[in-house]
Design a protein around this ligand. Structure first.
Ligand code: G6P
Ligand code: MG
Length: 326
């Protein structure tokens, strides 16, 4: 059975057997999209549990939702994909029961190179400084700067070539940032990478908490320029909040804390080797984007645009496999 978007009404009408009540469906958080049934319940104030039978195409499933747990028994013959709070379950075949602990889960996104196309602006700005200093710098070396703070980036760039006084360091950091901001401004709306907003919306629909964890001090202005500052994220942690940039886990741990999710319940989405290392050190599952040589990430895709949100729901169900009993 595939549930289509326009079947939502039918599904709602079948809630509780013969009594249609869409408010009830709303608190059970049942929605259909892209052939999947999403369940992200919001129990009304004062009510402890919600129990109902859902009849769909003559098959019945019995649901029990509490603040801590979702339990469902399916009659045999049921076949569908269900996402419970970000975790994917494939139901098919005989009689089946699922019981899932409701523990918040989240996705922590790096910004540069994952959500926005600003990595190239960082590179061009540093390249212009390198040319002025007459030192070698190429895209390969630039890969080492991804996820690394502005100051550390300059240090890596000049390492073994020249030495700078503190005054010169401050001067070139400032100059690089001014060049970078100009390039970012020029990118306008193209700064937002394709497919990002619908991807984030799907994850939100599935009840996942979302946050940004970036080493960049320019994070607030980039989020504003791309319209990602509203609606999408439950928390932001960036270069203005931390002492240690990636590969140190500080920014990921802070983002998880701010969105109220344990790091072990998070997936870190990253395009940089230093970021993958940071996510792993934070105890998160890691999802690599784009850049080929990401070391030990748990999953790897070319871009957000090419990633089906189902991949995230599938990873979430692995992440929380301890909580699942069949
Ligand atoms: C991100 C980028 C790095 C950059 C760092 C600091 O992590 O991937 O290339 O150096 O942010 O950025 P900022 O905007 O503060 O100079
Ligand atoms: Mg990045």
């Amino acid at each position: 059975m595939k549930i289509k978007k326009n079947e939502e009404l039918l599904l709602i009408e079948n809630l509780g057997g013969s009594v249609p009540d869409s408010k009830f469906a709303k608190s059970a958080g049942l929605k259909c999209e892209d052939g999947m049934l999403f369940c992200t319940p919001l129990l009304p104030e004062g009510s402890r549990t919600l129990s109902f039978d859902l009849t769909f195409r003559k098959r019945t499933s019995s649901w029990k939702i509490s603040r801590k747990r979702i339990s469902v028994s399916f009659q045999s013959g049921y076949s569908c994909k269900i996402v419970f709070e970000g975790k994917l379950f494939r139901i098919g075949g005989g009689k089946q029961s699922i019981s899932v602990d409701r523990i918040p889960s989240g996705v922590v996104f790096d910004l540069d190179g994952v959500l926005v196309d600003s990595a190239i602006c960082h590179y061009r700005a540093w390249k212009s400084i390198a040319d002025e200093l007459k030192i070698k710098f190429d895209e390969k070396k630039n890969d080492l700067l991804r996820g690394v703070s502005r100051r550390e980036s300059l240090m890596v760039m000049i390492e073994g070539q020249i030495e700078l006084t503190e005054e010169q360091i401050q001067h070139y950091m400032h100059k690089k940032n001014e060049l970078y901001k100009k390039l970012v401004d020029e990118s306008g709306e193209a700064l937002l990478l394709p497919g990002v907003k619908p991807f984030l919306s799907s994850l939100k629909l599935a009840g996942l908490k979302l946050s940004v964890a970036s080493s960049s001090k320019n994070t607030p202005s980039l989020l504003k320029q791309t319209g990602l500052d509203k609606f999408y994220f439950d928390a932001i942690a960036d270069g203005n909040d931390i002492k240690n940039s990636k590969p140190h886990p500080e920014v990921f741990l802070l983002a998880a804390k701010r969105m109220g999710v344990k790091p072990s319940r998070c997936i870190a989405v990253e395009d940089a080797p230093a970021g993958i290392e940071a996510g792993r050190s934070a105890g998160m599952m890691t999802f690599g984007i784009g850049y080929a040589d990401l070391g030990k990430c748990d999953f790897h895709m070319e871009s957000i645009e090419k990633t089906d949100p189902v991949e995230i729901f599938g990873l979430m169900s692995k992440l929380n496999s301890k909580d699942i009993t069949f």
